[in-house]
Design a binder for this molecule. Structure first.
Ligand code: PEP
Ligand code: MG
Length: 588
């Protein structure tokens, strides 16, 4: 009999296949004492497990698909580094020798004592490092225990064509499984913004996470359907349902092929409005996927990824090389380089000394942090200005909340320009300077910023977080994170209006701009510059081409005047369903 289990969407699309249950039983680590002559061979066994773990991760690194967000590669690097760290290499070895414990138990004891240290920390970034330790330890334990987890060297493991169910999967596991030809995966744990979920989207794997307690309803070999968009797992579907979903798969494939064809077409609405559709990137390598998707420039280059997973910040030269390579690769198209936005969930280079922030999202973050560390900030400003000699570079300042901060930034920039001139280093003296509108204070006063800036860019991820007082990384309040909340929409509208009045372009680079569900609403509000993740670009372009901007403006005006919840929901739906020319109907 067919039944459905609800989860959270991690990767869109449909997968139809037989279920493979990974983790058939938890890892059972038991303790035993070695005889003295066995100790050295146990140390050797442990070292071999570390070597195997290392080669597994290296193999995963080789198979990361192009277009995968740079943070995934950085994440694998962090795991590889941990395999070199004495806390996970030397310390367990000492326990094996001193206590004569078996390798699994020595590793478990060491893991527990590391976990206790992490437990004491308030910093959310460091807490995610604790998860990394668990992932790495879990990998070594599985090797030691010869657990039946999919392995990269497993060859024809029988996984091809299956849908994998696991309690949890690391990003590295997701890559391995995809290499082995799985159709999709489902996990009991995890959230839609976890690294594994991000990777599932890059790998184009239909995937669901957060199906708590699902294991007890599932059997090996069950026929299942993952409906990624709806976040539903159908178990034992009847033949009519299977036919329906096979049809959906064909539709999705057709739309994907059609989308690739529009990569080189200009972004334009059905009523002829030209739209600037740019890409968000994290590392210089991401430029390739931006170009493949036909991005008309980079609307947001998050430079903080250059600063992560290292002890000291990159110097001016290293930054200059990175920024200049992006500017050159975009061949004259605008490249918007955002100054460092670290702090809060993005952590800092190493644990900062002194008192941890009682509320990191409201603490020393982004431009506040840069102004507190002027030497580091100066290096970055110099590097960005120097890169402007190689392309159409623009500089974007995050988290601005008042004019005072802006004045400080402009003063520092003037100083840096003078120093470059003195050193005869080339730069574009007219490099445009923009501010991110992501704190409600700056949205309310967008007119003041518009008068002083060359452009503005709305960061909805933070604007929503700060407007609705919802920590964007806190699962408990995630359900309140609503881009359609009238307060959020009014702030967006107000910012767009301020830009229009001052004759200053306003872009949007938060996730809302890359979600096709909001494309028409944003068009109707007057947005004409979108910056989106490369893998969302073609879908947004397709929706734009199937939209009548003028007609949408009238519908959105009505939505903004409506207060009743049901009526608003109906209008929002009508905006997405407004009739469009048949030839350019949006993807299902
Ligand atoms: C935003 O806040 O919308 C944004 C684009 O910045 P980030 O997600 O990097 O904080
Ligand atoms: Mg932000």
């Amino acid at each position: 009999m067919t039944f459905a289990l609800q989860g959270l969407c991690a990767g869109k699309g449909i997968a139809i296949g037989r279920l493979y249950l990974a983790d058939k039983g938890q890892l059972e680590v038991t303790e035993y004492t070695l005889n003295a002559p066995e100790v050295e061979s146990e140390v050797e066994r442990f070292r071999q497990a570390l070597d195997t773990a290392r080669s597994e991760l290296l193999s995963v690194r080789q198979h990361i698909p192009p277009g995968t967000p740079a943070e995934i590669a950085a994440f694998l690097e962090a795991h590889l580094l941990m395999l070199e760290d004495s806390a996970l290499t030397r310390a367990p070895e000492e326990l094996i020798r001193e206590r004569r414990w078996n390798a699994e138990w020595a590793l478990k004891v060491q893991r527990d004592s590391l976990a206790a240290v992490f437990e004491e920390m308030d910093d959310p970034y460091l807490r995610t490092r604790r998860d990394d330790v668990d992932h790495v330890v879990g990998r070594i334990q599985r090797i030691l225990l010869r657990h039946d987890r999919p392995r990269p060297d497993a060859g024809d493991s029988g996984l091809a064509g299956t849908v994998v169910f696991a309690r949890d999967l690391t990003p590295a596991d997701a890559v391995l499984l995809q290499q082995q030809g799985i159709l999709g995966f489902v996990t009991e744990l995890g959230g839609p913004t976890s690294h594994t979920a991000i990777l599932a989207r890059s790998l184009r794997l239909p995937a669901l996470v957060g199906l708590h307690q699902a294991r007890s309803y599932l059997r090996e070999n069950d026929l299942v359907v993952i409906d990624g968009r709806a976040g539903v797992l159908l178990v034992d579907p009847d033949p009519r349902l299977v036919r329906f979903y096979q049809g959906r798969q064909r539709d999705i494939q057709r739309h994907r092929t059609a989308r690739q064809k529009i990569a080189s077409a200009p972004a334009r609405t059905a009523d002829g409005q030209d739209i600037s559709l740019r890409a968000n990137i994290e590392l210089p390598e991401d430029v390739q996927s931006a170009r493949r998707a036909g991005a008309a420039g980079v609307g947001l280059y998050r430079t903080e990824y250059l600063f992560m997973n290292r002890q000291t910040p990159p110097g001016e030269e290293e930054q200059y090389e990175a920024y200049a390579s992006v500017a050159r690769a975009m061949r004259g198209a605008p490249v918007t380089i955002r100054t460092l936005d670290m702090g809060a969930d993005k952590g800092f280079l190493s644990p900062r000394e002194g008192r941890p922030s009682p509320n990191p999202a409201l603490g020393l973050r982004a431009i506040r942090l840069c102004l507190r560390e002027p030497a580091m900030f100066r290096d970055q400003l110099r590097a960005i200005l120097r890169a402007s000699a190689h392309g159409a570079v623009r500089l974007l300042v995050p988290m601005i909340s008042g004019l005072q901060e802006l004045q400080q930034v402009l003063a520092l920039l003037a100083e840096v320009r003078l120093s470059l001139e003195r050193e005869s280093l080339p730069f574009d003296p007219a490099m445009p300077i923009g501010a991110m509108i992501e704190v409600p204070a700056s949205a309310v006063c967008a007119d003041l910023f518009a008068r002083r800036m060359d452009f503005l860019s709305i960061g909805t991820n933070d604007l929503i977080q700060y407007t609705l007082a919802i920590d964007r990384v806190d699962d408990e309040v995630n359900y309140l994170y609503d881009p359609l909340n009238p307060a959020v929409l009014r702030l967006i509208q107000q910012t767009l209006r301020a830009g229009r009045r001052a004759g200053v372009p306003v872009a949007m680079c938060g996730e809302m701009a890359g979600n096709p569900r909001y494309t028409r609403l944003l068009l109707g509000l007057g947005l004409r510059e979108f910056s989106v993740p490369p893998n969302a670009l073609l879908e947004v372009k397709q929706v734009l081409a199937a939209s009548d901007a003028q007609r949408l403006a009238a519908m959105v005006r009505r939505l903004m005047r409506t207060s009743a919840l049901e009526a608003r929901a109906e209008l929002a739906e009508a905006i997405n369903n407004a009739s469009v020319p048949q030839s350019t109907a949006p993807a299902p």
